[in-house]
Design a protein around this ligand. Structure first.
Ligand code: S3P
Length: 427
């Protein structure tokens, strides 16, 4: 990776940012609209490359996708989507590949799914296992079924009752997409509640889906059906808001407003973590959306369990908050971090070690002894690999502390192309 960016320490940070449309909602809006018969409309779609991969693939499968300013129009063919002779290129996007594997499992024919170097190392066995139980054939490389994948889809899959063995909204959603075309009732049980984006959006599109909470988990039951065309409005992405929330809290002279993000509880766990650490975060809560204002604070260490932030997307930047806190923070049960766009378990430890912290791990737990203030961070260089969230976490640490140089910074475009512009706009 040669594309580097230098981040200088920010003297003061003031203003408001509008983070991109939620990535999870954006992928699903495209896929559900492509499956529907007729014209759907999506407002506020994420401008990132991950979502663009989903859009291109929906076209490849027969949907029409056009953009008109901030609105994207999707037209699903009356006869339904059909297999493409071309490989379906998911780029850097795990959500595209995992949801799509479920979606094409229910389309007759052969499908080839490919991805970039990072995505080609990520395990797809977690979706291959349930989809094969439903009657599709999902073949990849090695034991963990990595891409390139070959999927043999069948228009009539078998319904299953499946307990997802890892907390994963992607696995749950992959099964639910396949189940739209199964014969009979599919049920999915998760032991830890993950984001309900698919369930909520399927219901909005007229699918007969019921879900109930069970302890910390959830039980979802779906009847097959075809989604109806809809008009979607995509809220801001809370996982992107997390970067500015931490930046506001750890910088010595900051007040940053983050406008209009998705307020679902499975997505906003990081706010509770930061408040517990002593962060001053004010809310303006609407029915489904939330605006936050995060201001300079003195932070205390805390203990964070992965079930509080089930997709662990916010952990790299919470590690930066821990580095600026007083005391030792414990990050518990963080094994899923190892199989994201990069090994974020090692990445979060490397980043905070470079800031000057004492950092260690024990199994799936890791610990950071904070420096009590971001003003004590050391200037650092880091290679973010192909991981957008590591780029942004490093940029937050650099802007709040003593600056940094990030190699591989252009990968930020996969989810937040204007991230650096937004960061500069606050200074
Ligand atoms: C996502 C689920 C999460 C998350 C990813 C988006 C989704 O992954 O990390 O950024 O849209 O379903 P897992 O399901 O692997 O936790």
């Amino acid at each position: 990776m040669s594309d580097g960016v230098a981040i200088e320490p920010a003297r003061a940070l003031r203003g408001a940012v509008r983070v991109p449309g939620d990535k999870s909602t954006s992928h699903r809006a495209l896929m559900i609209s492509a499956l529907a018969n007729g014209a759907s409309r999506i407002e506020g779609l994420s401008p990132g490359e991950d979502v663009a991969s989903s859009a291109r693939i929906m076209q490849e499968l027969g949907a029409k996708v056009t953009r008109d300013g901030d609105v994207v129009h999707v037209s699903g063919p009356e006869e339904g989507l059909r297999a493409s002779a071309n490989p379906l290129d998911c780029g850097n996007s795990g959500t595209t590949m995992r949801l799509l594997t479920g979606l094409v499992s229910a389309i007759d024919g052969e499908h080839e799914l490919i991805g970039d170097a990072s995505l080609s190392q990520r395990p797809m066995d977690r979706v291959a296992v349930p989809l094969e139980q439903m009657g599709a054939l999902v073949r990849g490389q090695g034991e963990r079924v990595t891409a390139p994948l070959r999927v043999r889809g069948r228009a009539a899959l078998r319904a299953i009752a499946y307990r997802v063995p890892v907390p994963s909204a992607q696995v749950k959603s992959s099964i639910l997409f396949a189940a739209l075309n199964a014969t009979g009732t599919t049920s999915v049980r998760e032991d830890v509640r993950t984001r309900s984006t698919t369930e909520d959006m399927f219901r909005d599109a007229g699918i007969d889906l019921e879900s109930e909470n069970e302890g910390f988990g959830r039980y979802v039951v779906l009847q097959p059906g075809r989604p109806k065309a809809c008009s979607w409005s995509v809220p801001g992405d809370p996982s992107q808001a997390a970067f500015f929330c931490v930046l506001g809290a750890v910088h010595h002279d900051a007040s940053i407003e983050i406008l209009n993000i998705d307020a679902s509880p499975e997505r906003t766990g990081f706010v509770g973590v930061l408040q517990r650490m002593g962060a001053s975060i004010d809310f303006d809560r609407g029915a489904r959306h939330l605006s936050l204002t995060s201001s300079s604070s003195s932070l205390e260490a805390t203990e964070i369990h992965s079930s509080e932030i089930p997709s662990v997307d916010e952990v790299p930047v919470l590690a930066v908050a821990a580095a600026a806190a007083t005391g030792v923070s414990a990050f518990r049960a963080m094994g899923e971090l190892r199989i994201k766009e990069s090994d974020r378990f090692e990445g979060a430890m490397e980043l905070t070690r470079k800031l000057g912290c004492r950092v260690w791990s024990d199994g799936d737990d890791f610990f950071i002894e904070g420096l009590a203030s971001a003003e004590d961070f050391v200037r650092f260089d880091i290679d973010a690999g192909l991981d957008h969230r590591m780029v942004m976490a490093a940029a937050v640490a650099g802007a709040a502390g003593a600056g940094c140089t990030i190699l591989g910074s252009s990968t930020v475009a996969s989810s937040y192309p204007h991230f650096f512009d937004d960061l500069v706009s606050l200074q």
